[in-house]
Design a protein around this ligand. Structure first.
Ligand code: AMP
Length: 286
């Protein structure tokens, strides 16, 4: 790093975070915010770029939120790369890195829950009970801690984005939620911290998820029937080597309602297991 560039500051408590943000506000800066669980990859960095284009100062958080993991999920093994993340985010030119620990986010006596029941039902909400309650609660807290002008989230987690858009409206949180497109490997696999779980052989199979969703989207655009396309997609994923397919579904791209009315924008979404990884992806119907 050049000597005249100050090192990226990490804050770990809400009080210090607020002090730093007050200073940025006092200097007249607008704030863009990118919440993450770390193991930073090019998908996260695309959100940082978007935030930089929108706002004067960019804050990233890294918090592996325990309340959004189920009891049999990968909380303990979720990749943690604090030092590498700091280096990559320093190089990306962000202004502040917020890395609270679980006690800072959930102090003794914590009991408040934010739930967005309709948007959270079905899709990943069916396979991961309570997951979106954990997401909604932690994102509400992060947004209230940072109070940014813009918060940028990936379309990669499409249902999560819909949950967050809903809660911000419902709770009158004064922030613009910005959705950013999914960054992919050249073979179509969506970048994800969980791709690290894939063996070499599984990594070869993994792009079948995006390929299959693209086929469904194109077939739907040709007027084919949604139930038939989704059934064929589940069979294609199983034949490709996915061990279990949680769902392949077509939903309204805005409300996420099932059976979108004709003329409405549609999205094809899927989740499937491959070895230790549970991969999710989604594409628009053209
Ligand atoms: P995570 O660290 O996985 O919780 O993700 C933090 C943010 O990055 C979320 O808004 C994700 O939707 C977004 N994200 C994750 N993977 C990608 C990707 N491949 N392309 C764009 N955004 C992504």
């Amino acid at each position: 790093m050049a000597e005249d560039v100050p090192a990226l500051t990490v804050v770990r408590d809400v009080q210090s975070l607020r002090r730093r943000i007050s200073a940025l506000r006092a200097a007249g800066k607008t704030i863009g915010f990118v919440p993450t669980m770390g193991a930073i990859h090019a998908g996260h960095l695309s959100l940082v770029d978007r935030a930089k284009a929108l706002a004067d100062a960019v804050i990233v958080s890294i918090f592996v939120n325990p309340t959004q993991f189920g009891p049999d999920e990968d909380l303990a093994s979720y990749p943690r790369k604090d030092e590498e993340d700091w280096e990559v985010l320093s190089a990306a030119g962000i202004d502040l890195l917020f890395m609270p620990d679980a006690d800072e986010m959930y102090p003794e006596g914590f009991q408040t829950d934010v739930r967005v029941p309709e948007v959270s039902a079905g899709l990943c909400g069916a396979a991961r009970p309570g997951h979106f309650d954990g997401v909604a609660t932690v994102v509400t807290k992060l947004l209230l801690q940072v109070l940014p002008d813009y918060a940028v989230f990936g379309e990669k987690d499409f249902q999560q984005l819909a949950v967050i858009r809903r809660l911000v409206i419902d709770l009158n949180i004064p922030v613009d939620i910005v959705g950013a497109p999914t960054v992919r490997e050249s073979d179509g696999l969506a970048l994800s911290s969980r791709n690290a779980y894939l063996t070499e052989e599984e990594r070869e199979i993994a792009p079948a998820l995006h390929r299959t969703l693209t086929t469904v989207a194109n077939d739907l655009a040709q007027g084919e029937d949604s139930a038939g396309c989704c059934e064929a997609a589940v069979a294609a994923l199983e034949a490709a080597g996915f061990s279990a397919v949680d769902y392949v579904e077509v939903r309204d791209a805005e409300s996420l309602a099932a059976n979108p009315a004709s003329g409405r924008p549609r999205r094809v979404l899927a989740a499937a297991h491959l070895g230790k990884a549970r991969l999710i992806d989604n594409v628009p119907v053209p």
